[in-house]
Design a protein around this ligand. Structure first.
Ligand SMILES: *Cc1c(COP(=O)(O)O)cnc(C)c1O
Length: 220
C-alpha cells in the first residue's frame, strides 16, 4: 500500500484532536517525503544521529519528535529544533535539556516517559520517581523546559486485556500528575501512547498522540 494512502486511512480513523506522529526510523528520506507530500508534518525518530541527518534533509516546517532513549551528551544537538522530546526518563536528562535550552534561549516541550510494560527492556520512570522529580527544588528552578504530559509503550503482546490495562495505568498517572502538579497549567495536555499494533486501544483509553511507524512505512 502506498504511504500517502496509509496516512489518509489512519487520519480518517483517528478522532479529531489525536495527533498522528509518523515514526520514520530506519526509512530513507525519499519515503518520508512521500508522507510529507501527503500532508504529514509530525515525524518521530528514536536515534539522535538519524534524527539530525533527516532534519537536515527535510523541509523546515516538519515537527520533529524525539521518541527514543537518549544519552545526555546527545541533547545539545537536538535542542535547537526538536518539537517535543517524548523520552525524558530521568531527572538528570531533564536537567540537561533545561540547561541546553537555557544556553540558546529556547523553551523545549517534553514528556515524561513511564515504564508501563512488563518487559524490562523498556525505559521509563515509575510514578514515585516522577513525583520525586516534580517535587524537587532542582525541577522548580528549571525555566526552559515545559512538561506537556506523559509517554509510554505497552507490552508487545497479543493480549489486548493487558495492553488496555497498561494504557489505562498511564492515563491514570497522567490524571494524577495533572491534579497534583499541573492543575493550574493548561499546557499539561498530552498523553503519547499507541503504536501500529495497539493505537486503537490507546485512543479508547485516552491517548492524544499516537506514534505509528510500520502501518505507514511498512516493516523495518
Ligand atoms: C518504533 C517506535 C514506534 C512505532 O512502532 P510501530 O510498531 O512501527 O508503529 C513508536 N514508539 C516508539 C517509542 C518507537 O520506538
Amino acid at each position: 500500500m502506498a504511504i500517502s494512502q496509509n496516512i489518509k486511512d489512519l487520519k480518517a480513523r483517528l478522532p479529531a484532536g489525536v495527533t498522528l506522529v509518523a515514526v520514520s526510523k530506519t526509512h530513507p528520506v525519499e519515503r518520508i517525503m512521500e508522507a510529507y507530500s501527503a500532508g504529514q508534518r509530525h515525524f518521530g525518530e528514536n536515534r539522535v544521529q538519524e534524527l539530525l541527518a533527516k532534519q537536515a534533509s527535510m523541509p523546515p516546517d516538519v515537527f520533529w519528535h524525539m521518541i527514543g532513549h537518549m544519552q545526555s551528551n546527545k541533547v545539545r544537538a537536538i535542542v535547537p529544533f526538536v518539537h517535543l522530546i517524548h523520552s525524558i526518563d530521568s531527572a538528570s536528562l531533564l536537567a540537561k535539556v533545561d540547561k541546553e535550552a537555557a544556553r540558546i534561549g529556547r523553551f523545549v516541550d517534553v514528556l515524561l516517559q513511564f515504564h508501563i510494560a512488563t518487559e524490562d527492556t523498556k525505559f521509563g520512570l515509575d510514578r514515585t520517581e516522577a513525583e520525586e522529580l516534580l517535587g524537587s527544588t532542582a525541577y522548580r528552578s528549571m525555566r526552559h523546559v515545559r512538561i506537556r504530559g506523559v509517554m509510554g509503550m505497552a507490552t508487545f503482546t497479543e493480549n489486548t486485556v493487558q495492553v488496555r490495562a497498561e494504557f489505562r495505568s498511564l492515563k491514570s498517572i497522567f490524571n494524577h500528575l495533572k491534579e497534583n502538579f499541573f492543575s493550574a497549567e493548561g499546557c499539561f495536555d498530552t498523553v503519547s501512547m499507541g503504536m501500529s499494533g495497539d493505537w486503537p486501544i490507546a485512543v479508547e483509553e485516552g491517548s492524544t498522540l499516537v506514534r505509528v511507524g510500520s502501518s505507514i512505512f511498512g516493516s523495518r
